[in-house]
Ligand binder design. Structure first.
Ligand code: 1QQ
Length: 390
């Protein structure tokens, strides 16, 4: 039976013995990370080291910058609460798997962190998460939405709502509100997330009985999409369903509008970005996207979060900031559950989080590391995200 937050008895017995061996790695227990009391009363002597691997530079920095701030705010508030101190080790993965792997190795072997949050992209996580699994370090993805991420292993968790769930909400909502019967699909076939999202899009479109008029692909670094867009235009779709990262999305959508494609665009998780909406300007109007968070959500603490973030960083938060902020909360809940900041305790307790009130709504993580929460569907109106009533 699952329980809300508590002790995994077997793990604690092993921890008491000073060493835990898992199939995936061996983790030494640091007794100075085992405190007294539990929950709000927990006091741990040594700081709990938290690694963060984010795309601060490179193609995914549109999200990485918000994530850095969401985490900073979250851990600052937790440190002010007292009892447990979090020490942050931030690494920039430069949006590339190679740099991400080096960052993970540094955090695991040199800094000896208790847990790692990030990386930003599934494309990077499909490399780094294997290192975490191998080393027995719990890793928490905050925006890694591709299929197959939690399945990497029992040390891998995510609070990033999968594209499967988001698209199963956004495509039916778009169908209802726009009376969609036929759509053109376009996707970046070289990125793990966009390729995975494409497969999901096709499945959901088929389930919804929506015809596909054109199915065009391109690569992450492409900048001229006119050949594919001409075929899309000729197929006369009711909407374009697009799976792409922002660097390609911005020229693609602008070129679509220049070619006279006025059809609404339904997108994947990369569209949950005010940076992208800002750069698309007029071309973003009517864009529909499914995701994990909206500033309009009536969730516990959401209003306070938006206010605190906006005051601290002089801009409104986005979904990536919100998921990052919640990651700090999840790590804290997992640490305080047994008042233990060691890797094994965090791993055991992350997988026990049931129906926690967060700014993303009520959220659970299952023992496979997958998140459970309600998706939201948003539409861009007058340059801003609004909840789409379907
Ligand atoms: C992934 C994503 C990206 C759009 C996050 C920035 O969802 O790589 O899984």
């Amino acid at each position: 039976m699952r329980f809300k937050i508590g002790t995994a008895a077997a793990a604690v017995m092993l921890l008491a013995a000073g060493c835990v061996s898992e199939s995936s790695g061996t983790t030494e227990t640091d007794n100075s990370l085992v405190g007294s009391g539990s929950g709000d009363e927990c006091v741990i002597d040594s700081p709990v080291k938290v690694g963060q691997v984010l795309s601060i530079t490179g193609g995914a920095s549109f999200a990485g910058g918000y994530q850095e701030q969401g985490l900073e705010l979250g851990f600052k508030q937790l440190n002010e609460k007292g009892g447990v101190e979090y020490e942050i080790f931030l690494e920039d993965d430069e949006t590339t798997p190679e740099v991400g792997i080096a960052a993970y190795e540094k955090l695991i072997d040199r800094e000896k962190v208790s847990t790692i949050i990030g990386p930003t992209l599934s494309n990077v996580a499909f490399s780094t998460f294997y290192d975490a699994q191998e080393a027995g370090v719990p890793a928490l993805g905050i925006s890694t939405t591709a299929e197959g991420i939690p399945e990497i292993g029992d040390y891998i968790f995510r609070n990033s709502l999968s594209e499967l769930i988001a698209l199963n909400a956004s495509i039916p909502a778009a169908k209802n509100s726009l009376q969609l019967e036929k759509v053109a699909v376009m996707h970046d076939s070289t990125d793990e997330f966009t390729a995975s999202a494409y497969t999901t899009m096709i499945e959901v479109l088929e389930d919804e009985g929506i015809d596909i008029t054109a199915d065009e692909k391109f690569e992450t670094d492409d900048s001229d999409f006119r050949a594919q867009l001409t075929k899309v235009k000729d197929s006369n779709p009711d909407a374009v369903v697009l799976s792409a990262l922002p660097a390609a999305t911005i020229p693609l959508v602008k070129q679509a509008r220049e070619l006279g494609i006025d059809a609404p665009i339904v997108g994947g998780n990369a569209f949950n970005s005010p940076v992208m909406v800002g750069q698309l300007d007029e071309a973003a109007e009517g864009l529909i996207v499914g995701g994990a968070w909206s500033s309009a959500l009536d969730s516990v603490g959401n209003e306070e979060f938006v206010t605190a973030y906006t005051e601290a960083y002089d801009r409104a938060p986005d979904q990536f900031a919100a998921q990052a902020y919640v990651a700090a909360q999840l790590i804290d809940v997992a640490v305080r559950a047994d008042c233990d900041g060691n890797r094994e305790a965090i791993k055991d307790n992350l997988g026990q989080i049931l129906e926690l009130d967060t700014i993303l709504g009520t959220l659970s993580l299952d023992e496979n590391g997958e998140v459970h929460q309600e998706p939201v569907v948003q539409i861009v109106e007058n340059g801003e995200f609004k909840l789409l009533e379907s």
